[in-house]
Design a protein around this ligand. Structure first.
Ligand code: 5AD
Ligand code: SF4
Length: 455
């Protein structure tokens, strides 16, 4: 058996991709290892969305090279591969900065990995003895055939599973690399999605999170007829799949939040009362410069409709502070919007220039200390709201899907319907079960609870 190590950076779509990469390579005899020292093949599944993720990849690559050198002293070797969005955007640059990398492949090419690995092995055998150089297999094409059509189905059982239904983005927000790395928007046909949902349910999934860079722009070919299905309709269909008790979806764009999808939050009990709907900024001037295609007002209007449809819905968002030209007044409007919405959780970032994006060329790039200061201010408010939301849960009984063992013996962790991370003391046999839990305490990053005893 050969050992495969995969490190995943970035979003849940990469997590899904990494699992499918492992599925693709298992027929070649690769089994997963958590330890890169043992790896015959090490893959970094990278993220290009922000500068930090990219820097991390380069430092991890250096460490892998050292490990490979150690393995070579023991007459073993390691194929080093870089996949994902950095590979797509900077394939040539990776080969220049880290010439010891053997394989570079984009997010649309991982179904061709077995072939690439076989080629890398052959090339390595042929070039034996050349230290410090990779064998240079590069595949960053956007192919005609879809990777989804050629991938084997997963055999990995997970109580909370991911299912990618849509990829790519046509929105072109001016700060974002996704339209360049993941390419044009593409939706998988409804029948394929349903088949995969049934397969995941048979493997034991109780919750499915539908994934896409722009998941609510989903418009898939219908099982019969010609008029495409939107996400709302798809969710209603997935709710019919036996065994699927909880449905989530991420990430959504405000301008694709149509009425049918909003209604699904009212009508479909399996659809969890939580939505990640990034707003990015609270000032219309900045939103326009970001090419977000929504305003502060239109965003708030959508939230209003969502709250009418599902009054207890918990909201989450992404924020960028320090976008080029963002004034103190603009930033105040972001704080103001946050205070108005009161998010249950949120992700916030300092703007960072991404190569090839229009915002990178804008004047008035802000100094680092201004960005840091604003991020701190924003996070203080977001954290306060998150803590308040978690504390307001105390005393409630919630259905929790127990997903994995906790950090300490006897602990289990999972998610509440509102996406709060929750820890309980409980027997391992509860893993994979949906359990009634009383919330005992609320904290900065989640809640604690105990299994409700049936009286
Ligand atoms: N700088 C900072 N944050 C960014 N994001 C995307 N591109 C950038 C960038 N250039 C953030 C957005 C997006 C999240 C996934 O990453 O908030 O919603
Ligand atoms: Fe990037 Fe905007 Fe597309 Fe989201 S909607 S992936 S932020 S371009």
């Amino acid at each position: 058996m050969q050992k495969l190590f995969i490190k995943t950076y970035g979003c849940q779509m990469n997590v899904y991709d990494s699992e499918r990469i492992a599925d693709t390579l298992s027929p070649m005899g690769f089994t997963l290892t958590e330890n890169p020292d043992d790896a015959d093949l090490a893959i970094l599944n990278t993220c290009h969305i922000r500068e930090k993720a990219e820097q991390k990849m380069y430092s991890d690559l250096g460490r892998l090279r050292d490990r490979r050198d150690e393995r070579r002293q023991e007459n073993e070797d390691m194929i080093i591969a870089v996949g994902g969005c950095v590979a797509q955007a900077e394939g040539a640059e990776i080969m220049r900065q880290a010439p010891y990398v053997d394989i570079v492949f984009g997010p649309q090419a991982y179904h061709r990995l077995p072939e690439m690995v076989a080629r890398a092995k052959r090339a390595k055998d042929a070039k034996e003895g050349k230290i410090g150089r990779g064998v240079g297999v590069v595949d960053t094409d956007f192919p005609i055939e879809s990777k989804f059509d050629t991938l084997p189905q997963t055999e990995v059982s997970r109580a909370a599973a991911f299912l990618t239904i849509q990829e790519g983005c046509d929105k072109f927000c001016t700060y974002c690399v996704v339209p360049y790395t993941r390419g044009a928007e593409f939706s998988r046909p409804v029948a394929d999605v349903i088949e995969e949902a049934k397969h995941l349910a048979r493997l034991g999934a109780k919750e499915i999170t539908l994934l896409g860079q722009n998941v609510n722009a989903y418009h898939g070919l219908p099982p019969v007829g010609h008029s495409e299905w939107g996400l709302g309709r798809l969710i209603r269909e997935i709710a019919e799949v036996e065994g699927i008790e909880r449905i989530r979806y991420t990430t959504s764009h405000p301008s694709d939040m149509d009425q049918d999808l909003i209604d699904a939050h009212r009508d479909v009990p399996q659809l969890m009362p939580y939505l990640h709907l990034p707003v990015q900024a609270g000032s219309n001037r900045v939103l326009e410069a970001m090419n977000r295609k929504h305003t502060r007002e239109s965003y708030l209007e959508i939230l209003e409709k969502l709250r009418q449809a599902r009054p207890d819905i918990a909201l989450s968002s992404d924020f960028i502070v320090g976008f080029p030209g963002e004034s103190e007044k603009d930033f105040e409007q972001t704080l103001d919007l946050v205070r108005q919405v009161r998010y249950a959780q949120a992700y916030s970032f300092k703007y960072s220039i991404r190569p090839g994006t229009p915002a990178g060329l804008m004047e008035l790039q802000l100094p680092e200390d201004v960005k840091s200061d604003r991020l701190q201010q924003l996070q203080a408010v977001l954290n306060e709201h998150q803590l308040a939301f978690n504390q307001a849960s105390v005393g409630k009984v919630m259905k929790v899907l127990m997903e994995r063992k906790g950090r300490y013996d006897g602990q289990l962790t999972g998610r509440t319907p509102y996406m709060q991370s929750i820890t309980i003391e409980g027997n391992e046999r509860l893993l994979g079960q949906i359990v009634d839990v009383v919330i005992d305490s609320g904290h900065a990053n989640g809640v604690r609870g105990s299994v409700r005893l049936v009286s």
